[in-house]
Design a protein around this ligand. Sequence first.
Ligand SMILES: [Zn+2]
Length: 455
Amino acid sequence: MDFVERGWRNAVVFRAILLIKSVKNATFAPCRLKFLEKSGIIFLNRETRSIDGRSRREILDWVFRKVLIMLKSLRNFFFVALASASFVGAASTSFVVAQNAEQKAAYVAPALQEKDAWTMVVIPDPQAYSRYGRNQGIFELMTAWIAENKDALAIRQVLCVGDLVESNGLQKADGKFANQTGRQMWTSCSRAFERLDGVVPYVLCTGNHDYGPDIFPEGTHYGVRSSETRDSLFGEFFPMERNPLWKDVVVECFPNAFGKKTLENAAYEFEGTGGQKILVVSLEFAPRPETLEWAKALFARPEYANHFGIVLTHSYLRPYTAGLERDVKEGYGLSKAGGAAGETIWQKLAQPSSNIRLVICGHHSTADNMEGCCGFRVDKNAAGKTVSQLLFDTQAMGGGWEGNGGDGWLQLLEFSKDMKTVKVRTFSPLFAISPSTRANAWNREKYCEFEFSIE
Ligand SMILES: [Zn+2]
């Protein structure tokens, strides 16, 4: 315990090495010592003014908060060690603090916060789970967790924001960009959703990566960035009859670009625990003008006048780190051909419709920076009512763009029975599954855990 005492005595010294898993989640990245970097350790020395946009003050506040928490429960420490000043080649002191039992004790299993509330689960872009064979099990774990917790959390809706695969038409995987072909990616994604078939009537959205032809020049990855065409295997893998629960909730489909009615443009009707009717409309990526007109006319029908309207669309809002602006223009092939970006979806559909109260999207992510994977803003519609807009896309968490696919993060939206408040929480079944990692299963940063009201 000599180390511990020395550590606390020197906690005020501005030179620290921290070994706490949550630090890694906070994305304080650079480390001068390579072997420590691999362990998720950050390094803060006397000269450091900021790391990844976090000021020195913010980092030190965070350090001292952790120290205070740990002091309260010293008996529970299973590992605390100090790194000597030799690590940094100077006289000032460093310290290493490892994940501790106190943090583990902080884990709380997911449960409804309020009586008679219900949960909507948002699945962020799954493309990086589909892209590599090694990541596919993580996605299946996520959907299996949703199925297991359906009753405990009163899960009535599961919404997936799109980019179900990395490349719709990829025929030859190079092993780096992907090690699955397009069809293998769809097969894998489809397998994960099998966990929900017959359990909950999930709503899917198509993203830019879900479109593109399967004939392409050698060395290119069609359907990856440019969405050259509206070809997609989506309809083949997710036909209407696939989930037996859909027949009770799908109220209408609008024909896709090939004139076929698929779930690319579909309306679903649900009910909250208080009996409030909900209408969810899922839109194709870069919706065509006629698609937006269909959706607008649908929301305007008298039978849906008092429904709580939700629009699920792939690309719409930028994250906190990019100013929370709606996308105005995009460079994808479908966008250039007249497909709508976020601002157009707002102006042509969400803003004029008095009953659309929530828009959910994905598409924008940032490597190992959760703040860059989340977004939330509220605007008023033409009727003066609030429209909440939520972005959630963690595809580059867990090791960046070629990492594990997103650390298993899900967002849980708990709606109160009266549909007046929504509690947003961010949870990873991947971390929660093991006692050794579950201290990290909740991300409690302010952009991951918050509440909003619906007037
Ligand atoms: Zn996308």
